[in-house]
Design a protein around this ligand. Structure first.
Ligand code: NAD
Length: 442
């Protein structure tokens, strides 16, 4: 199942007509996450000492490591691993290979992993990492050496009971296979088999789980289904637009197409396409898997980014990067609900406009938590030397996501807060109860 289109996201995003490319300069993602933490903390009267601890990650690791390139030249790469919190279990979170990776973005993403694990009641904390480079600009052999050298440099900073990476933008099951193999070669022959759980999102033949590749998209779909039930909205015959057609976006579109939702506009780092009749999500997914992007797909008419955001639809699924929906995009969006497949796609100014317009937002911390949930199932299977069927994995995911959705929705209604603050608040209250029991060492 190593079909994830890591190629698709790797090149530097071309400047869009509105120039909205996430950079540390014009968007402080970590500050945004800290502000939501503040709002949620107020909503539940969070113990001040817990808030203080959670405002910053526990560890921020930066490694500059050399790699010999195919032409013999030695290049220095900058890798990050941020370990936000491990109160509830090992640090857990993806590895991003992208030219725009910054320490602050990784800190934001690591904190969000802490909230997701707590919200889904997983015995994990939160972490995130990445390497600042363009995986498309290197050969496959170079990519392997970069991945292995970074894993080696991380050394004991990762481990199946300590910190467990997974795929994110620009990485996939192949990346995880290299990471696991490198780590298992570092621990000695006698322990090789017992450290499979050092990463999740592995190929199934290397100890991955069935259902992991589609899990994040599938979790988003479960949230959309719950939302539709709540609103008495008929998904059959409805329409959707999707930004980002990689792992999350493509699986979300394919699974929703089975429920009668047609994708009428898509976009990725190469541009945007419109098809009022609806794309064949399967075919487009296969096309992206072989070509690396939607560019040149024959079934759609090229449109601008502005036209994409103005396309009328029932559902919008941002599944690319953070900070994609600002004021301009929010003003032009004409949809009923946004399901945040990506982490942090809606910036606070955009969110304010959308909520005023009455658009429902199914927030990232809830909507895309299917990935870490099935990663947990993979980790458990590795520990027990078991292989669950896809039906088992799907059924467990469905139960976990449905429960989380209901808890968030009920909390939002009862406390009169939006779904994002509700999701943060529920996660924080679970972490708080454990801190209150244990208090602070010494
Ligand atoms: P991916 O690399 O498979 O796909 C990323 C997609 O975004 C590609 O289609 C790429 O072309 C597009 N993209 C990149 N830059 C863009 C730009 N400037 N404008 C428009 N499109 C652009 O990555 P993924 O794993 O699908 O991750 C997508 C998002 O989902 C990220 O925010 C990630 O953190 C989040 N997420 C992923 C998982 C997972 O399990 N993979 C889990 C939770 C959250």
């Amino acid at each position: 199942m190593s079909t994830k289109t890591s190629e698709s996201s790797a090149s530097i995003p071309a400047p869009t007509p509105s120039g909205r490319i996430p950079t540390a300069k014009d968007y402080d993602f970590f500050k945004v996450v800290q502000d939501y933490l503040e709002r949620a903390a107020k909503a539940i009267n969070l113990e001040p000492f817990v808030r203080t601890i959670l405002t910053q990650p526990k560890n921020e690791i930066i490694i500059n490591f050399p790699v010999k390139m195919d032409n013999g030249e030695v290049r220095l790469f900058k890798g990050y691993r941020v370990q936000h919190n491990n109160l509830l279990g090992p640090f857990k979170g993806g590895m991003r290979f992208h030219p725009s990776v910054t320490l602050d973005d990784v800190k934001a993403l690591a904190a969000m992993m802490t909230w997701k694990s707590a919200l889904l009641r997983l015995p994990f904390g939160g972490g995130k990492g990445g390497i600042k480079f363009d995986p498309h600009g290197v050969s496959k052999a170079e990519l392997q050496r970069i991945t292995r050298r970074f894993t080696h440099s991380l050394g004991e900073n990762i481990g199946p009971e300590y910190d467990i990476p997974a795929p994110d933008v620009g990485t996939n099951s192949q990346t995880m296979a290299w990471m696991m193999d490198t780590y298992s070669n570092m621990v000695g022959s006698a322990q090789k088999q017992s450290v499979k759980g050092v990463v999740t999102g592995k190929p199934v033949s290397s100890g991955g789980t069935l259902g992991r590749t589609k899990a994040t998209g599938q979790g988003c779909v479960i949230c959309v289904v719950e939302w539709a039930k709540e609103k008495n909205f008929d998904l059959e015959g409805s329409t959707m637009t999707v930004q980002g057609f990689g792992n999350v976006g493509s699986h979300l579109a394919v699974i929703l197409s089975r429920l009668g939702v047609s994708t009428v506009a898509v976009g990725d780092h190469t541009g945007y396409l419109l098809n009022p009749e609806g794309f064949n999500a399967h075919k487009l997914q296969d096309y992206v898997a072989s070509k690396g992007s939607i560019a040149g797909y024959p079934g759609g008419k090229p449109i601008t980014r502005e036209e994409f955001f103005a396309t009328k639809a029932d559902i919008f699924a941002p599944c690319a990067l953070e900070n994609q929906i600002g004021e301009a995009e929010a003003a032009s969006l004409n949809v009923k609900v946004i399901v945040e497949g990506a982490n942090g796609p809606t910036n606070p100014a955009g969110e304010k406009i959308l909520l005023e317009k009455g658009v429902d937002i199914l927030p990232d911390v809830l909507a895309n938590s299917g990935g870490v949930t099935v990663s947990y199932y993979e980790w458990v299977q590795n520990k027990r030397s078991e292989s669950w069927t896809e039906e088992e994995v799907d059924a467990k995911l469905e139960r976990a996501m449905t429960r989380a959705y209901k808890e968030v929705s009920d909390f939002a209604r009862q406390k009169k807060v939006d779904m994002r603050v509700a999701a943060y608040a529920l996660a924080l209250s679970r972490i708080e109860s454990v801190y209150k029991e244990r208090e602070i060492f010494p």
